[in-house]
Every structure is written in C-alpha cells, then in structure tokens.
Design a protein around this ligand. Structure first.
Ligand SMILES: *Cc1c(COP(=O)(O)O)cnc(C)c1O
Length: 365
C-alpha cells in the first residue's frame, strides 16, 4: 500500500483574524500526546507547572484559574461571583455589550454607560456616573475587539477604588499577553482572557484571576451556580486539581505555549512585539492616509480597526486578500462594511504583517 502525501497545510502566519488567531505548528503538535487521567498524578504535575508562568503572564501572585470554556464562560463567572445586585457596564462595542447582557441574564440589574463606537470611557465620565449611580460592581472590556479601542483600565481602576465596596471586572481577552495588564498592581478584581486571542492557542480555554475582595464577595452570593463557582474553582486550583474533566489536549497546548512565551523572553518581550506590530500599522496608515476608528492613544495593540476610504467596501478587500491566501476581519456589527480589522496578535511577526500591509496597499489606496 502506498500512503498518499497529505496536502501541505497553509503556511503559518497569514491568518490575521481578530480571533481565533493563528496557532503555531509546535503548539498544534503538542496536542497529539496520549490522554492522561484528570485525577492522575500526571495531571497534578501539569497543573502545578502552570502556576509560576501563568502568574508571570497575569502579573499576579494569586492563583490563575484555567477553565474549559470559551472566554464568555469566564465573563459569566465574573458576573455570578462578582455582582451582588447591580452593576455598571461600560458599553462601547459588541463584547462590552455582551458583558452588560450577561449581567441581566444572570438576574442582576445592569446600568449601562454607553460610549459611541470607536471611543473609550474617560475617567471623569466614569467618576461622575459612579457618583450619581450607586452600584456594587463595574464591567469593562479592556481591548474592545469589535472597534479596536483600548480602554485606560489602569486609570479607570483608580477611579473605581475611590468608591467603597465596588468591584472591577475586566475582560482582558484581546489585551492580556499582547499589551500590559497588571492584575495585582492595578488592583483588578477579576481579569479574564480566552485561549484563542493574544495567547495564540486553539479556542476552548478561559483563564482568569480573582482578587481576595472578589473571593470574599463570592462567598456571600447564593446563586453562583456550579460550573463557574469561583469558591470551588479556586479551591481546586490551589490543590492543582481540575474541577471537572478538562480539555486535556488544550492543556498540553497551553504548556507548550507557556514554554514558547518564556523562550521569547517573557511577557514583556511579547508586549514589545505587539507594540511594534501596532506601530507598523499606524505608520502604514499614516503614509496611505487611512484613518483609524479609535483616536491615537486609545488604540488596541492587538487589533487595528481602520476606516475604509469612500468607495471601498470591507467585503471586497477581505475577499481579495482571501484569494491571495491571507485572512483579516471585516468590521463588526454596524461597522461591517465601512471598516476592516487586522488581528495582529499572538505569534504573528512584524515581517509577516509588513507583507500583509504591502498587499493592502493595492487594495485600500
Ligand atoms: C473574543 C472575545 C470574547 C469572547 O470570546 P469567546 O471565547 O468567543 O467566548 C470576549 N471579549 C472579547 C474582547 C473578545 O475579543
């Protein structure tokens, strides 16, 4: 019998969707290992090995929770365990709107602070709202993937700390591992991410850190549910145990990726690479006269959202790139045709991004 050669997989490094993003072949290969029991010593060793590198990634001394769920599951964990009665949700795009909807879906009251698409909430705006509207928690999306806006979470956190007993719940899905997130120093009460964005893993894992304040609050809330109960999740994590049967191959992938991040020089080197990528897009856009949706200083390091010139549509540009073997995102929701989104996150390189921008030259200009 002659084995027929499998078709060559598409080259790594051309898939610039703002999530899921490209997964390095070495990380894909790590998932091929045989199963281990989820109550075995091998599992305990695997989970124990995550402790230090995940702490460095989240910049925290607290345990980092790893769950088998998409990131939305940990958004639900944030709400179930962090919102007592009433949350203020900062809404400036699709994912922050999802956070607001989750608050309601969990049977809690949600006050929305809506900001126009492409804008961030400014600290004074948040302070004024919190003075007028007593809440016990605030939800915010750090890097709003639908618009490419980066909120100034560090300053927003200091504003929240001016108020007594208000928790700050942060979706850091496209910021963590791609731009600075200082969980402990900024005193975030819950910071969460998913595997398929700046961590460049396949989808299916969520990761998060809860503050001591958050844990105390959770203990007083009766309807935490089971799958996303912070108290038992944290208890299991400190014993290096999974709560249920985890997605074991994804844990192997995480182990491989944490090793690769350390070899790159750690999270700071990773931030620097993302900083360089976003600057390359900025320089290119300036040279070509292409405008951004967000203003300067409020732009995500992992996803660039660009406004298309009159007469150009996202569908045509995304389609033409697809023909050439490259993938980017069109706009999101109401911005679908008028903007494009380049997800330069995870393991992408400046060199590949430059190739992509050269292709865009002929399409956008
Ligand atoms: C992708 C994304 C999510 C949701 O992730 P899922 O893994 O699909 O649940 C949440 N927030 C932000 C900012 C995202 O980019």
């Amino acid at each position: 019998m002659t084995a027929r050669a499998a078709p060559a997989p598409p080259a790594f490094g051309r898939f610039f969707l703002p999530g899921p993003t490209d997964v390095h072949p070495e990380v894909m290969a790590a998932m091929q290992r045989p199963m281990i029991g989820h109550r075995s010593g091998a599992m305990e060793l695997l989970l124990a090995g995550f402790e230090a590198p995940l702490g460095r990634l989240f910049r925290t001394a607290r345990p980092v929770l790893v769950g088998t769920t998409s990131a939305t599951g940990f958004m639900e964990m944030a709400v179930r365990n962090g919102v007592r009665h009433r949350a203020l949700s900062i809404v400036n795009g699709s994912f922050s709107e999802r956070f607001a909807n989750l608050v309601r879906a969990c049977g809690k009251e949600c006050i929305r602070l809506d900001v126009p698409l492409g804008c961030a909430v400014e600290p004074d705006m948040l302070r004024d709202t919190l003075r007028r509207t007593p809440v016990d928690s605030v939800t915010v999306v750090h890097s709003e993937t639908s618009t490419g806006v980066l909120q100034d979470v560090e300053t927003l956190a200091t504003v929240v700390r001016e108020f007594d007993d208000v928790l700050l719940l942060v979706d850091a899905v496209t910021s963590l591992a791609g731009s600075p997130v200082e969980t402990d120093r900024w005193q975030l009460d819950f910071a969460l991410t998913g595997s398929q964005k700046a961590l460049a893993l396949p989808p299916g894992l969520a990761l998060g850190v809860a503050s001591e304040r958050m844990l105390e609050r959770a203990r007083t809330l009766p309807a935490r549910g089971l799958y996303f109960d912070l108290v038992s999740f944290l208890d299991a994590t400190t014993k290096h145990q999974p709560t249920n049967t985890p997605a074991i191959p994804l844990l192997f992938a995480l182990e491989a990726q944490l090793g690769r991040i350390e070899r790159e020089g750690g999270v700071e080197e990773r931030w620097a690479r993302h900083d360089a990528m976003r600057r390359h897009v900025e320089d290119w856009a300036e040279r070509r006269g292409v405008a951004y949706l967000p203003r300067e200083g409020r732009r995500s390091w992992t996803v660039s959202c660009l406004k298309l010139p009159q007469g150009k549509g996202a569908k045509q540009i995304v389609g033409a790139l697809k023909q050439a073997g490259w993938t980017i995102g069109s706009g999101y929701g109401p911005l679908k045709e008028s903007t494009i989104r380049i997800g330069h996150m995870g393991d992408h390189t400046v060199a590949a991004l430059d190739e992509l921008l050269a292709l865009l030259d002929g399409l956008v200009a």
